[in-house]
Design a binder for this molecule. Structure first.
Ligand code: C5P
Length: 218
């Protein structure tokens, strides 16, 4: 069986960055499952599909022409949407399409097929609980909404983009509530996950702790 490391947690905990770094250190593949939900949300919005229309969204999920390139870009029918899917609006659309069971079921095989030799590091909300319950190592990264909003605020400012801290805290709380309280695959740590509150740590310090957990488990 292909070894899998799952890294779950709410947005802004640095799990995508950490997943990429762990995958690079091990020479493994990386799956950013959030990007999949973001592309679906973006496509639905562009096509004017109601984000509550579970059946239509599930059909769209089954035929989504998305490609993840080896250099980390996301293509939608050949168009580079790497930046377009990173906006707060795309994150909100992603979390709205992600509440639907039929949508999530359609994306299961797609995600599981990403587990290819020599191994996979998968990040998201339900990687350790639903998509890869047999994963060798499960990590759950957390941080307070204020810490996560501040990280996002700094990222946006560094890019020269407009940002409002209070709005970011509010958006993060709303998205957390939706992700944690949905009936299908809610955001939660797997029972056998290594849980780490990243609030006091830099990315390097988080990576160090995660790699120690990986080494101890494998
Ligand atoms: O991780 P990211 O912030 O890119 O994810 C965007 C949204 O996609 C999340 O807020 C969540 O609602 C949804 N998602 C999910 N399951 C995953 C990954 C993301 O429901 N495995």
């Amino acid at each position: 069986m292909v070894p899998v490391i799952t890294i779950d947690g709410p947005s802004g905990t640095g799990k995508g960055t950490i997943a990429g770094m762990v995958a690079e250190q091990l020479g493994w593949h990386c799956l950013d499952s959030g990007a999949l939900y973001r592309v679906l949300g973006l496509t639905a919005q562009r096509r004017g599909i109601d984000l509550d229309a579970a059946g239509t969204l599930a059909e769209l999920a089954a035929s989504l022409p998305v490609t993840f390139t080896s250099d980390g870009r996301v293509l939608l029918a050949g168009e580079d949407v790497s930046d377009a899917i990173r906006t707060e609006a795309a994150g909100t659309a992603a979390s709205r399409v992600a509440v639907h069971g039929p949508v999530r079921r359609r994306l299961l095989d797609w995600q599981r097929q990403a587990a290819r030799p020599p191994g996979l590091v998968a990040d998201g909300r339900d990687m350790g609980t639903v998509v890869f319950p047999q994963a060798q190592v499960k990590i759950f990264l957390d941080a307070s909404p204020e810490t996560r909003a501040m990280r996002r605020y700094k990222q946006l400012k560094e890019k020269g983009l407009d940002a409002n801290l209070a709005n970011l805290v509010e958006e993060i709380r709303l998205r957390d509530d939706r992700d944690r309280n949905r009936s299908v695959a809610p955001l939660k740590a797997a029972e056998d996950a290594f849980v780490l509150d990243t609030s006091p740590f830099s990315i390097e310090e988080v990576l160090d702790r995660v790699m120690k957990a990986v080494d101890a488990a494998m």
